[in-house]
Design a protein around this ligand. Structure first.
Ligand code: ZN
Length: 293
């Protein structure tokens, strides 16, 4: 009996030691497969540049690049076995020399983290982003890509072919502006605009977070789509696709909040959602918008 117990104990120890080693090996193999696949994708993108004259700098984000490569039959669906998401590196797209990264193997994000890391993406925004992605692809295909990056024309076309009610959905701003973020924002707004106490600012932000607003798109000259919260989206769906006023804009993965101005401003949405040809980053800086994160 004692001998049997010793054997069982030894087996238990061996199993305990070998499982982590096995898991480690498995992860090494997954990493290698992921890396290899991304290298294949990178070569496919380079090939498209050489043989099909694809200019990646005209593609506005990773999803557009990947969709195009699939469309051309150069790559297939690939899932990182460690749960990461593969994406085309933004700077590499801008440089026209596309390379691919994995959110798990390169960025060290745990699978499932991504939803959280996309700070401030309510379901209305996601819905609209997905729909506009495809529309933008075909819009670029059908139009002179150098001259037609036109907010009105693109959105008119989109809402002519799609029911605006399906895409211009209202959501609670608190989907994006959480309690924690309100705390942080109140602090930094108070530093930048000492005219209000932190408590006053917090209460205005809280009220704003409780309101239900429509997420609407605005297309910049370079093809980037900025999203913004607006009270008045009624003009979409008609021929008038002008931007309206807003207090929160989503650009390049981040929501930005307008500075306080006067206490009622935030609720009304007092900034027009356009940049008059100014770079969004410059606009936010000059007008003291604050990143919500
Ligand atoms: Zn990976």
């Amino acid at each position: 009996m004692a001998e049997l117990l010793i054997v069982v104990a030894i087996i238990a120890v061996l199993v305990a030691v070998s499982i982590p080693i096995f898991i480690n090996q498995l992860e090494k193999a997954r990493r290698a497969v992921c890396l290899n696949e991304r290298d294949t994708m990178r070569r496919a993108a380079a090939m498209a540049t050489l043989t099909d004259d694809i200019d990646w700098t005209t593609y506005h984000d990773s999803a557009a690049v990947i969709a195009k490569l699939k469309d051309m039959g150069l790559i297939e669906e690939f899932e990182c076995q460690s749960g990461g998401t593969i994406y085309a590196d933004k700077n590499s797209i801008k440089a026209g020399n596309v390379s691919f990264r994995c959110t798990y193997h390169d960025d060290g994000k745990k699978p499932g983290d991504e939803e959280e890391n996309l700070t401030g993406t309510g379901s209305a925004l996601k819905n609209l982003q997905d729909a506009l992605q495809d529309a933008w692809e075909s819009y670029i295909k059908d139009n002179d890509k150098n001259n037609q990056k036109n907010n009105t024309a693109f959105l008119q076309n989109f809402f002519k072919n799609n029911n605006s009610e399906d895409y211009l959905k209202k959501e609670k701003v608190s989907d994006v502006l959480t309690e924690d973020q309100i705390e942080k924002l109140a602090k930094s707004m108070n530093e930048k605009q000492p005219g209000y106490t932190e408590t006053q600012i917090r209460s205005v932000l809280q009220k704003y977070a409780n309101s239900e607003l429509t997420v609407a798109p605005y297309v910049l000259k370079d093809g980037t789509i900025v999203y913004y919260y607006t009270e008045d989206a009624s003009r979409f769906g008609t021929d008038k696709t002008n931007h309206s006023n807003t207090s929160m804009m989503y650009y390049d993965g981040t929501w930005y909040m307008a500075p306080m101005g006067s206490a009622n401003n935030l609720e009304i949405g007092f900034y027009p959602a356009n940049f008059n040809s100014m770079l969004p980053s410059k606009f936010f800086e000059e007008n003291r918008w604050i990143a919500v994160n």
